[in-house]
Design a protein around this ligand. Structure first.
Ligand code: FAD
Ligand code: DLZ
Ligand code: SF4
Length: 517
């Protein structure tokens, strides 16, 4: 009996049962393959960090005594698909059994399920032992309901896993479930932003491998100084640094945005832990437990909203979007409820637009492979939705550009939350906004060629304004049935005819000249 166990690039879980003592009958295989590097154009930092973390993980396993086959990107025997390599290994190593962990992406799951049916060896799929919930738990919680309200799921999670609850396990610590209202401040320099957590990883050799393999990537990298974790030890250090330096202010400035003339603007008080979490170098349980423990030792009434807000992201949003993904795939990937068909403007790939908010967030994303939640949702996301971009184009952009982007978490956030392409399964109302919101939450408008207070026909009127009203006008049938959006529709209807026409004309001009705005 000889068993081969496949570990994927986002399954680097050191406490997984497979990583206990080595078993002489087991060989672990990890592989760098073109099918995974090329399904979209990824950011160079994403590919380099995944390869680096995979190589470091393989080294640690070997050091522990495990037998590991590691296929590098330029290995001449590499078949460049997961299953192509598995078939070759089964043949050459006389493997009788193949085991793999549940892939997080539907695409890879399908590939492995189909391969298993004709592989000619016994195959088993086991849990990644990473998430709090199982793939289909969300279906059980919501039953036959067609809308899935995150808040309900989150409260159910808090109780079920007894997270941040009073001693009786029934009431949330602090008495309230939700402190969102306290978490919406702009940042005006009141508190220093902590220095960038940076392990200074030297990935020069890996970047050279990627270049010689001629993988097409986007964005930039300083190969000798990469500020993302590639080992569990580094990820734990990143977690501790976040808790001590940034967590106390995380809540208050969660929605704030700052222009990239400030070098710390791209991360503010955010944890940047998504890469470590999504590659499973950290477990959500340990992140939540450490944050809870910090609150019990150092927390104050002022930091309650920060701790609750952070825990909400991990056991609420993160587990919830995974549940949506598995409940709704594969149909979710083709939803386009607003019937949007425009192409993504080419400046999404360069940042060359006159809109300072868009320019700032896109150039930041190209430079750091990162933008925080509100930048993704309320800047690049809102614009794409109001510019009627095809959700497939939008998905492709988000899936490639961010270091933490894996389809199970990217797609419900993009197609659901930000583009409303799922018709409201994730979000009760579309996230649309005019320049006012951006001006309130950021300093982008101060450095912009457009004028945020201008709405209509003037050439320098903020494009978000006209596009917002055009969005409301175009989708009025959908919006009028929604309590939360009917006010905007009523305002549009009350507008003087000539004002409405001027706004809609300005929007149409923008839609016809998307490459030029
Ligand atoms: P923090 O703000 O410090 O939050 C802590 C953690 O909470 C994150 O690390 C993450 O694990 C979790 N979290 C927070 N919000 C969400 C959310 N909405 N969904 C799931 N988990 C969440 N997150 C990804 O991990 N991968 C993606 O590809 C991704 N794409 C997104 C696309 C759009 C359009 C939007 C609006 C959000 C997307 N998110 C995605 C969610 C969120 O923006 C990122 O998780 C977050 O910005 C990562 O940075 P951070 O680690 O500093 O997060
Ligand atoms: C994202 C990614 C990339 C770029 N490259 C690899 C790779 O070469 N080998 C690998 O095992 N995984 C890679 N990954 C992560 C996978 O895409 C991810 O494991 C699956 O999509 C399942 O979520
Ligand atoms: Fe963005 Fe409009 Fe503000 Fe310019 S004026 S930064 S386009 S919101």
């Amino acid at each position: 009996m000889s068993t081969l166990r496949l570990i994927l690039g986002d399954q680097l879980h050191r406490s997984h049962s497979w990583c206990k003592g080595p078993d002489p009958d087991v060989t672990i295989v990890m592989m760098e393959v073109r099918s995974e590097t090329d399904y979209v154009r990824h950011h160079i930092q994403k590919v380099a960090c995944i390869f680096a973390a995979m190589r470091a993980f393989a080294d640690e396993l070997r050091h522990q005594g495990h037998r590991v086959i590691y296929i590098k990107i330029n290995d001449p025997h590499n078949k460049h698909t997961l299953t192509g390599n598995l078939s070759a290994l089964v043949h050459t190593h006389k493997i009788t059994r193949v085991e793999y962990q549940e892939p997080d992406e539907w695409r890879v799951d399908e590939e492995l399920v189909k391969w298993s049916q004709k592989a000619g060896v016994e195959t088993t799929c086991v849990s990644t032992e990473h998430f709090y919930t199982q793939r289909y738990d969300l279906r059980d919680v919501f039953g036959k309901r067609t809308r899935y309200v995150m808040e309900n799921y989150y409260r159910w999670m808090r109780k079920r896993f007894n997270v941040f609850m009073d001693d009786d396990g029934e009431r949330p610590i602090g008495g309230k479930w939700n402190y969102d209202a306290a978490n919406r401040n702009p940042w005006k320099g009141e508190h220093d932003i902590p220095p960038l957590w940076n392990p200074h990883n030297d990935l020069t050799e890996i970047v050279r491998d990627i270049e010689s393999a001629k993988i097409t990537t986007i964005g930039t990298i300083d190969p000798a100084d990469v500020p993302w974790p590639i080992t569990r030890a580094q990820a734990l250090d990143q977690l501790e640094t976040f808790i001590s330096d940034a967590l106390p202010h995380f809540g208050r400035y969660q929605d704030a945005m700052v222009s990239n003339t400030n070098p710390a603007a791209w991360y503010l008080y955010h944890s940047r832990l998504s890469f470590a979490l999504n590659t499973k170098m950290l477990t959500p349980h340990e992140v939540v437990e450490r944050v809870e423990a910090w609150w019990h030792s150092d927390g104050t009434p002022e930091t309650l909203s920060a701790v609750e807000g952070f825990i909400r992201q991990i056991i609420g949003w993160r587990e919830y979007v995974r549940g949506i993904y598995w409940s709704e795939m594969p149909t979710y990937a083709s939803l386009n409820s607003l019937d949007q068909n425009n192409r993504l403007p080419s400046w999404y790939w360069t940042g060359a637009t006159r809109m300072n908010c868009m320019h700032s967030v896109i150039t930041q994303s190209l430079e750091h492979a990162y933008a925080h939640h509100i930048q993704r949702l309320m800047i690049t996301g809102v614009f794409a939705m109001m510019a009627e971009i095809d959700p497939n184009d939008v998905d492709e952009w988000y899936l490639g550009i961010y270091i933490d982007a894996f389809e199970w978490v990217e797609m419900p956030n993009v197609r659901g939350m930000s583009q409303w392409a799922d018709g409201g399964k994730v979000s009760t109302k579309p996230y649309a906004c005019g320049g006012n919101y951006i001006n309130k939450m950021s300093n982008y408008c101060k450095g912009c060629e457009y004028t945020v207070s201008k709405k209509r026909d003037e050439g320098d009127a903020c494009p978000f304004n006209a596009l917002y009203w055009h969005f409301i006008h175009r989708n009025q049938k959908i919006l009028q049935t929604n309590e939360r959006t009917s006010i905007a529709l009523a305002t549009l209807r009350k507008m003087k005819n000539e004002d409405r026409i001027a706004l809609l004309q300005r929007a149409q001009w923008i839609l016809d000249h998307l490459e030029e705005v």
